[in-house]
Design a protein around this ligand. Structure first.
Ligand code: K7E
Ligand code: CUA
Length: 654
């Protein structure tokens, strides 16, 4: 390492305590800042022009996924996934509430960390994007045609679903690895009996190749370590999956000390093809569980939730050749596989160096039974004999690695706040650039596939400080775009992100642009409360439930005035948007409603419920500025006393 950076000098002076805060503020516009006008030109997308790449950034504790354009850093959309979203009514509307059902009941929030785009032959195919809910373990599948969440499956026997949601080369499986080991099955037991008794479930969820529907194929019940990140094998290592672990000490208290005792933890290598065969031949055990499987149907515009009661678990020691442990220094966080599938990179977050394992050497060591002991019956491979190389990075706190198409790797360093570029094979550092500040994940479009695009790199930083105008104690996180097309990286631009992005996925705009859905066809609308035209609009009473079959079309609700509603009624607004024009939604909001508004897309039907609690005449209105006469798009509900005999009636506006 030739250059010494201000970053590192400062760190050596302030010592370890401050380093672990991971905060290393500098004045803005340091020597590596984006100062040149050519940097500005590289991110400038002229009015009316479009970006070259889509980027899907996880929203962390927002529970959602955000969509950006690269290189502009413009945010296009927030896709609700695990969190209720009043902007569209997701999780509030009758149709979408089942999406957030779990074995713990309705859980309207989660912590979304790792999106991954579906693949065919190891290349992004742009059909779906998967993402994990960390807190109440779930995996979601989002359509990249509608940009809507279509499916959420809960993961039993799991807790802190973090080494997720990564997919195999042909989207055969999406995996969900548990961060926290727990009693499996869950039961009442002393926490200090953790060691040897708690287990870590690595879940393989099969994905239907046509519809994308998910189903838990099997769970590998591993020793009670913490499973942190994961990547699929690809190319020659296709058929394997790799999971980083920490806390192989199996400590259960004072973790920041007790789980850092071992000099090396492991990357667990799972030969999922072997496990798949074993299960296909009747291996494994069907055990009782309870988890939700929630599916949204585009034709009925409605979700259903089904509770599932069984899962197949496998004991890895019963499947010869299926599971091995690769010793990896210093509590590895990131676990990344290069585009060729030859190298598995473990980033020991308490280290300066990055460890690279060789897949070829790993298979040789397995053949030669070159073991260095075992853990709960799982062979530990000899470290030196699986090692491909060590990157002497000169940085501190490596977390995550991505790749370009030229044989280079890029690793983020949280503590020294930088991205380090190094060469696969020689393990030599080629370049390094500061990030502002405390970078977590990074993303190169096409990362985690055989074909990264390798033009831009997005660093997702944990701390913002002085990068933007202050907005009180809370700042949005900050991302930075680097041009990586040359030998040296060039910082181009900062942009704020929403929630806390952990990982992100990106792809070329060409992959998605033309198949992005513009409207839902009315003649394909199979919602049970849809109407095919405003002429069918009506109101029906069923005991204390009142169903309004409502139409919206610029700029009118049909019906608009409804009388004969009584205190104690539950009023269902089933709103069909009869527009068939791209980007013309209508919304509806009702005074005092205990849910949000809903935004109804062209050709779609959605429902909100309003409880009539007080006598009076109560207005509703369209929430989306849909035309010059949007402000006239309104109506009233007349609510009479419970015992009144006002007849049910409505006006059709003619
Ligand atoms: Cu933030 Cu992938 Cu959850 Cu690292 S993880 S930063
Ligand atoms: Cu419809 Cu505003």
């Amino acid at each position: 390492m030739k250059t010494i950076h201000f970053n590192q000098i400062r760190i050596s002076l302030v010592g370890m305590a401050l380093m672990f805060l991971g905060c290393n503020p500098q004045g803005s516009g340091g020597s590596d800042g984006a100062l040149s006008s050519s940097a500005a030109e590289k991110v400038y997308i002229a009015p009316g022009e479009q970006d070259e790449y889509y980027a899907f950034l996880s929203g962390g504790y927002s529970g959602n996924l955000t969509v950006y354009g690269l290189p502009s850093g413009r945010m296009f959309k927030e896709i609700p996934v695990f969190s209720q979203f009043p902007t569209s009514g997701y999780g509030y509307s009758e149709e979408t509430q089942p999406m957030l059902n779990t074995s713990h009941g309705f859980v309207p929030w989660d912590d979304l960390h790792h999106p991954d785009i579906s693949q065919t032959n190891g290349e992004l195919d742009g059909r779906w994007i998967f993402a994990n809910g960390n807190n109440t373990p779930r995996i979601a599948r989002i359509s990249l045609s509608t940009f809507e969440t279509e499916e959420i499956i809960e993961i039993p026997n799991s807790a802190g679903n973090h080494s997720s949601a990564f997919i195999t080369e042909n989207t055969e499986y999406v995996v969900a690895g548990t961060r926290f080991s727990v009693p499996v099955p869950q039961r009442d037991m002393p926490i200090n009996e953790y060691k040897g008794n708690f287990k870590g479930a690595l879940t393989f969820i099969s994905v239907d190749p046509e519809e994308g529907h998910m189903e838990i194929a099997f769970q590998v019940i591993m020793p009670g370590f913490n499973y942190d990140l994961a990547r699929p094998g690809r190319g020659e290592s296709h058929g394997w999956f790799f999971f980083s672990t920490y806390n192989t000490e199996e400590a259960n208290t004072l973790m920041e000390v007790n789980s850092s005792q071992n000099d090396k933890d492991f990357i667990a290598a799972i030969n999922w093809k072997k496990v798949e065969e074993y299960v296909a031949q009747g291996g494994g055990e069907s055990v009782a569980v309870n988890y939700a499987h929630n599916l949204y149907d585009e034709s009925t515009h409605s979700a259903t939730s089904t509770m599932i009661k069984k899962v197949v678990t496998v004991d890895p020691t019963q499947i010869p050749g299926a599971v091995y442990l690769l010793p990896t220094p210093k509590s590895p966080h990131g676990c990344d596989v290069d585009p060729s599938g030859k190298y598995i990179i473990g980033a020991g977050k308490l280290s300066a160096d990055v460890t690279v394992h060789s897949f070829t050497k790993m298979t040789e060591a397995i053949t030669n039974e070159d073991f260095d002991g075992e853990a709960y019956g799982i062979p530990i491979l000899n470290f030196d004999n699986v090692l491909a190389g060590v990157v002497k990075s000169g940085g501190l706190g490596p977390l995550h690695t991505e790749f370009d198409s030229q044989g280079n790797a890029y690793t983020t360093f949280f503590i020294s706040s930088e991205v380090v570029k190094w060469e696969l094979g020689s393990w030599e550092v080629v370049d390094r650039k500061p990030t502002f500040y405390s970078v977590g994940h990074l993303m190169i479009p096409g990362g985690n596939s055989r074909k990264p695009y390798g033009k831009y790199l997005v660093a997702m930083n944990k701390i913002t400080k002085d990068r933007y105008l202050p907005t009180g104690p809370e700042m949005e996180h900050s991302a930075q775009i680097y041009d990586i097309s040359g030998e040296k990286m060039e910082l181009l631009y900062d942009f704020p992100t929403h929630g806390e992005p952990h990982y992100a996925a990106g792809c070329s705009a060409d992959l998605l642009r033309d198949k992005s859905k513009k409207i839902y066809r009315l003649d394909e609308n199979n919602h049970p409360f849809a109407i095919t035209s405003p002429a069918e609009a009506r109101v029906e009473r069923d005991g204390k439930e009142v169903h309004i079959y409502m139409s919206t079309i610029r700029s009118h609700f049909t019906p608009d005035n409804i009388e004969g509603i009584k205190v104690g009624d539950r009023v269902y607004f089933h709103v069909t948007n009869h527009e068939q024009d791209f980007d013309v939604p209508h919304g509806i909001a009702m005074i005092g409603a205990n849910t949000s508004e809903i935004l109804v897309m062209p050709g779609q039907t959605k429902t909100i419920v309003w409880e009539a609690k007080q006598v009076g005449v109560w207005p509703f209105y369209c929430t989306d500025f849909c035309s010059a006469l949007h402000q006239e798009m309104q109506g009233y509900i007349r609510v009479s006393p419970a015992n009144s005999n006002v007849e049910l009636s409505w006006s059709l506006g003619d």
